[in-house]
Ligand binder design. Structure first.
Ligand code: ADP
Ligand code: ASP
Ligand code: MG
Length: 814
C-alpha cells in the first residue's frame, strides 16, 4: 500500500487536478493507494484572511467569500460530468453555506477564537477532498471522500493540535480494514477528544499523510508538490538550486525545521519511527525521480546536502559575570521560555558561559524578554546578569548534511566565503552531531548569504561575478564588447559567468540583476537608462548587496577613484585602469591595499602600467615567490617612442607632436606626455608595488626639453616655444643618428629612488628595438641578475587595455 499526498500547489486548478487523477490511476495499477489532499492552492490563506476581516466587522469579506464560492463551484463544473453535476454542486453548496453562516456569526460578534478559526480553515480541505473524490469517480475510479475528523484524534488544543497516536492509529486501522474504495482523505484537519474540529498546523497535510502512512505501515509515502524534489536551497531565493536525490530523515528534519517549506517538519517523525521511506515528487513533472528520504543518506563530495533559512527572527543575548560557572542558568532560562510557550529556534553559548545567545520568532520577542526578566529578577537587580540584549531583523541560515563531519574544512569554507562577501555573522551554532551548522546574519544579507554558500559548496566549479562598470568610452565600450564575445568561452572553460549588473556613463545609468544584454548595451542604456548620478549609482550598488560584486572603473576621473576605499570596505572588489588612486598620496594607496586585504576583496590595477602587459602581476609574482627587486628600467610612454622614432629632417619635433596629438597618440595637452607626468605616475606605482614609500614629487624628472620651452603657460604657447627649439633638437638628433644610437625616455627605479631621464641606446640594447606604442620593462632581480626579465609589447590602445581589465576581472574570480 502507498499513501499519495497532493499539496495545495498540486490541486490549485481543475487542470492540475486532472494531472493528479492521472498519477493516482497509474499508481493504482500497481498497488492499493490512499490519497491525501490539501485545500486548493491559496484557499487556507484566503480563509484566514476572510475570517480576520469578518471579525474586524468589515463586510467586505463577502466579496472574497463570493470569489471563493465561485472557484469551488466552477471546479465542480469542470471536473464532474453534467449528469452528476447538480448533486455534487448541491453538496458543495451545502458546505459553502455552512461556511457563510459561521463567517456571518463572526462578523456579528466580532470575535474569532482559535477554535473557530480551525473550524473555518477546515472548509478548505473538506471542500477540496469532496470535489476531488467526485472528480476521481467521474474518471472511473471507485473513490470516496473520507472523514478525517473520525480518523485523526487530537488533544483539546487548536491551531497546532497534539495528535493522540494511540487512538488515531486504532481509528485509521479500523476504517481501512475492510475499505474497498479509494479513500480521498482531507489533510490538515482532525477532531479533538471533545469532538470539535482541530487542525495540525500550517502545512499539516503532510502530517496527515505521514500519520496515515505510519498507521497503515505502507511501503512508501509520496508527497506530490510543484518542485522536482527537495532542493539544495529554496528555489525562490537561490535561482541555481537543484534537487537532491537522497536525504536521510534527520537531514530532511533539519532542512525543514530551518525553513524548507517543502515538507512540514512534524510529518517526518511518524514515518521515521517505522523506517518508511518517502519521496518528494513533482505533479508537473511526474517522470523525474524526485527526492527519496529514508534512513540512509547518500554521500556527496561537498559534504553538505542543503541550505535553508528562517528569514525573520530576533536574536536575544543573556549575559553577565554572574553566569560564569553557575549551574542551572540555562535550565532556568529555557525553562522560563518553555513555560511561556516561546519556542527557541537556535541556541549558541560561548564556552566561557559568560553569555547565551538564542533566536526566537519576532512575535515571541516581548514574551521572551518578560519571561527572562521575571526569572532572573534578583540577579538583574544585583547586577550579576545584564538586561536581555535584543537584536531584531535577523535571519538564520542552516547548512545541513550528515557527511559534514567526515569532510574537513566545511566550516572554514563556509565562514571564508561569507567573510569575503562582507557578511557579518552574529551567532553560530553547531549541532553535536555535526549535521547542521546554523548562523545568524542580518536580514539584509540573507539572500546574499544563501547564494554565496550555495555557490561555494554546490557550484564551486561555477562562479558568477556581478559587475558594476563606470565609463563606456573607448576602454569601457571595448571591455563590454570583449565581455560579450568572451562570455561563452569563460562559461565553458572557466565556469565563470560575468553579469553586468550596473552600467553608467556621464549621461545615463542602468541596473539589471540578471545582467544587461551586452549585444545592445548602448541602445538599452540610452533608451531605458535613468539620468546618470554617480552618487546614486554607488548607493544602488551597495543596496543591491550582491555576492562577488566588482566595481570596474573605466574612466580617468578623480571622483570615481575617490570611492574605491568605501567599495572595498563593503567587500566589493575594484578593477581599474584609472591611475589616479594608485598614484595619489602614498597613505591613500596603502589604505586601499589594507582595506582590500581586511575585507577579502581584490584591488587590481594591472592596466595602470603598460596597458594589458603583465607588468604589475609579474612584479608581484617575483616578490611573492621570494625574489628581490634590484632595479626596474622601463620605457612606458608610447607617445614619446612615437616621437623619437618619427622625428627627422622631414618631420620637426613640433610638427610630430601635433601629428601625434591629431592621431590620438598624445594627450590633448601634450605637455603631460612630454614633461613625463604620465610616466612618473607609472614608475611610482611600480616602485610602490616593490615596497618603496614614495610620493609622486619624489620621482626625479630629468627633462629633455629646455626650461625655456617648459615655461609656456598654455598649449599654444608651448607649441610656439617648441617650434623655436626644433632646430637645436634636430641637430642633437642627427648627431645621435651618426653615433648609431636611439633616444628613449626611461623610467628607472633602483635603491628606493625613481628617476626619469632621456637616454641613448645602441642596437645591442633591448630598448633600441621598440616600435610604435610598444612598452618595455626590464626587471633586474636576485634571480634575474645577469639577464633581466623582459616584458615587452603594445603598451597603449583600447583593445589591449580592455583585455587587461578583463584579465583582472577574471582574476577576481579565483
Ligand atoms: P504544497 O502546496 O505542495 O504543500 P508548499 O508550498 O508547501 O507546497 O511547498 C513547496 C514549496 O516549497 C516549493 O514551491 C518551494 O518554493 C518551497 N521550498 C522552500 N525550500 C525548498 C527546498 N529546499 N526545496 C524545495 N522546495 C522548497
Ligand atoms: N491547507 C493547509 C495549509 O495551507 C495545509 C496544507 O496544505 O498542508 O497550511
Ligand atoms: Mg506544504
Amino acid at each position: 500500500m502507498r499513501v499519495l499526498k497532493f499539496g495545495g500547489t498540486s490541486v490549485k486548478s481543475p487542470e492540475v487536478i486532472n494531472k493528479v487523477i492521472g498519477i493516482v490511476k497509474s499508481r493504482m495499477k500497481k498497488e492499493k493507494v490512499v490519497v491525501v489532499v490539501s485545500a486548493f492552492g491559496g484557499v487556507t490563506d484566503e480563509l484566514l484572511n476572510l475570517s480576520r476581516v469578518a471579525a474586524s466587522g468589515d463586510r467586505s469579506y463577502r466579496n472574497d467569500l463570493e470569489k471563493l464560492e465561485l472557484r469551488h463551484l466552477q471546479a465542480v463544473r469542470d471536473l464532474v460530468k453534467v449528469a452528476d453535476q447538480s448533486r455534487v454542486l448541491a453538496n458543495t453548496k451545502v458546505m459553502l453555506n455552512a461556511l457563510d453562516d459561521v463567517l456571518h456569526g463572526i462578523y456579528l460578534v466580532r470575535e474569532l477564537s482559535i477554535k473557530t478559526q480551525d473550524f473555518i480553515l477546515s472548509f478548505g480541505e473538506r471542500l477540496s477532498s469532496y470535489i476531488i473524490s467526485e472528480a476521481l469517480k467521474n474518471a472511473g475510479v471507485n473513490a470516496a471522500c473520507a472523514d478525517a475528523t473520525s480518523l485523526i484524534r487530537t488533544a483539546n488544543d487548536y491551531g497546532n493540535a497534539t495528535v493522540d497516536f494511540n487512538t488515531t492509529n486504532r481509528l485509521i486501522r479500523k476504517h481501512f480494514k475492510n475499505e474497498k474504495s479509494l479513500q480521498v482523505v482531507p489533510g490538515f484537519i482532525a477532531s479533538t477528544k471533545d469532538g470539535h474540529i482541530s487542525t495540525l498546523g500550517r502545512g499539516g497535510s503532510d502530517y496527515t499523510a505521514a500519520i496515515l502512512a505510519a498507521a497503515l505501515k505502507v511501503s512508501e509515502l509520496e508527497i506530490w508538490t510543484d518542485v522536482d524534489g527537495i532542493m539544495t536551497a529554496d528555489p525562490r531565493k537561490v535561482a541555481k538550486a537543484f534537487p537532491v536525490p537522497r536525504l536521510s530523515y534527520e537531514e530532511t528534519m533539519e532542512l525543514s525545521h530551518f525553513g524548507a517549506k517543502v515538507v512540514y517538519p512534524p510529518s517526518i517523525q511518524p514515518v521515521m519511527d517505522l523506517g518508511i521511506p518517502f519521496r518528494i515528487l513533482n505533479t508537473f513533472n511526474p517522470d523525474v525521480p524526485g527526492t527519496l528520504v529514508s534512513k540512509e543518506t547518500s554521500s556527496t563530495e561537498v559534504g553538505i546536502k542543503g541550505i535553508s533559512s528562517i528569514d525573520d527572527v530576533s536574536l536575544l543575548t543573556l549575559h553577565g559575570s554572574g553566569m560564569i560557572g553557575v549551574a542551572g542558568v540555562s535550565m532556568r532560562l529555557f525553562g522560563a521560555l518553555a513555560r511561556h510557550k516561546v519556542s527557541v529556534i537556535m541556541i549558541s553559548q560561548a564556552s566561557s558561559e559568560h553569555s547565551i545567545n538564542f533566536a526566537v520568532r519576532p512575535s515571541d520577542t516581548a514574551t521572551a524578554c518578560e519571561a527572562i526578566e521575571e526569572e532572573f529578577r534578583n540577579e538583574m537587580t544585583l547586577g550579576h546578569i545584564e538586561a536581555v540584549r535584543v537584536e531584531e531583523g535577523m535571519s538564520i541560515v542552516a547548512v545541513v548534511g550528515e557527511n559534514m563531519r567526515r569532510i574537513p574544512g566545511v566550516a572554514g569554507k563556509l565562514f571564508s566565503s561569507l567573510g569575503r562577501n562582507g557578511i557579518n555573522i552574529h551567532a553560530i551554532a553547531q549541532g553535536s552531531f555535526e549535521l547542521n551548522i546554523s548562523l545568524a546574519v542580518g536580514k539584509r544579507d540573507i539572500s546574499k548569504a544563501l547564494n554565496v554558500i550555495h555557490e561555494g559548496f554546490f557550484l564551486s566549479h561555477m562562479k558568477t561575478l556581478n559587475l558594476f562598470i563606470v565609463g563606456t568610452g573607448t576602454v569601457g565600450g571595448t571591455l563590454l564588447e570583449q565581455i560579450r564575445s568572451q562570455s561563452a568561452y569563460l562559461l565553458e572553460n572557466h565556469h565563470l559567468e560575468l553579469r553586468v549588473v550596473g552600467l553608467t556613463n556621464t549621461r545615463k545609468m542602468i541596473f539589471d540583476k540578471e545582467g544587461v544584454a551586452l549585444g545592445e548595451w548602448s541602445e538599452v542604456l540610452s533608451k531605458n537608462g535613468k539620468k546618470a548620478d554617480f552618487q546614486k549609482f554607488m548607493e544602488r550598488m551597495y543596496a543591491c548587496n550582491l555576492r562577488n560584486s566588482v566595481l570596474v572603473d573605466c574612466t580617468s576621473n578623480e571622483t570615481v577613484a575617490s570611492v574605491y576605499e568605501q567599495a572595498l570596505d563593503q567587500s566589493i572588489s575594484v578593477v581599474t585602469p584609472n591611475k589616479i588612486a594608485c598614484s595619489s598620496a602614498y597613505a591613500k594607496y596603502k589604505a586601499l591595499k589594507r582595506t582590500a586585504a581586511l575585507r577579502g576583496a581584490r584591488f587590481l590595477f594591472e592596466t595602470n602600467v603598460g596597458a594589458g602587459l603583465p607588468v604589475v602581476s609579474t612584479l608581484n609574482d617575483l616578490i611573492r615567490s621570494g625574489d628581490k627587486i634590484h632595479k626596474i628600467e622601463a620605457v612606458l610612454s608610447g607617445t614619446l617612442n612615437y616621437l623619437f622614432n618619427t622625428v627627422g629632417p622631414k618631420s620637426s619635433l613640433s610638427k610630430t607632436v601635433k601629428v601625434a596629438r591629431e592621431m590620438g597618440y598624445a594627450e590633448p595637452d601634450p605637455r603631460i606626455d612630454l614633461y613625463g607626468t604620465d610616466v612618473a605616475r607609472k614608475i611610482l606605482i611600480l616602485a610602490r608595488e616593490s615596497g618603496a614609500e614614495l610620493e609622486v614629487k619624489d620621482v626625479k624628472v630629468d627633462h629633455f626639453l629646455p626650461a625655456q620651452v617648459r615655461k609656456a603657460k598654455d598649449v599654444d604657447g608651448f607649441f610656439k616655444e617648441l617650434e623655436g627649439y626644433d632646430k637645436e633638437f634636430e641637430e642633437k638628433r642627427s648627431a645621435l643618428e651618426k653615433r648609431k644610437c636611439k633616444w628613449r625616455y626611461v623610467a628607472t627605479y633602483e635603491k628606493g629612488k625613481a628617476v626619469l631621464a632621456l637616454k641613448e641606446y645602441t642596437s645591442d640594447h633591448p630598448f633600441y628595438h621598440i616600435d610604435g606604442s610598444d612598452n618595455i620593462v626590464l626587471f633586474t632581480t636576485s634571480r634575474y641578475a645577469s639577464q633581466p626579465l623582459v616584458v615587452k609589447g603594445a603598451g597603449a590602445g583600447a583593445a589591449v587595455t580592455a583585455a587587461g581589465v578583463l584579465a583582472d576581472i577574471v582574476r577576481v574570480s579565483v
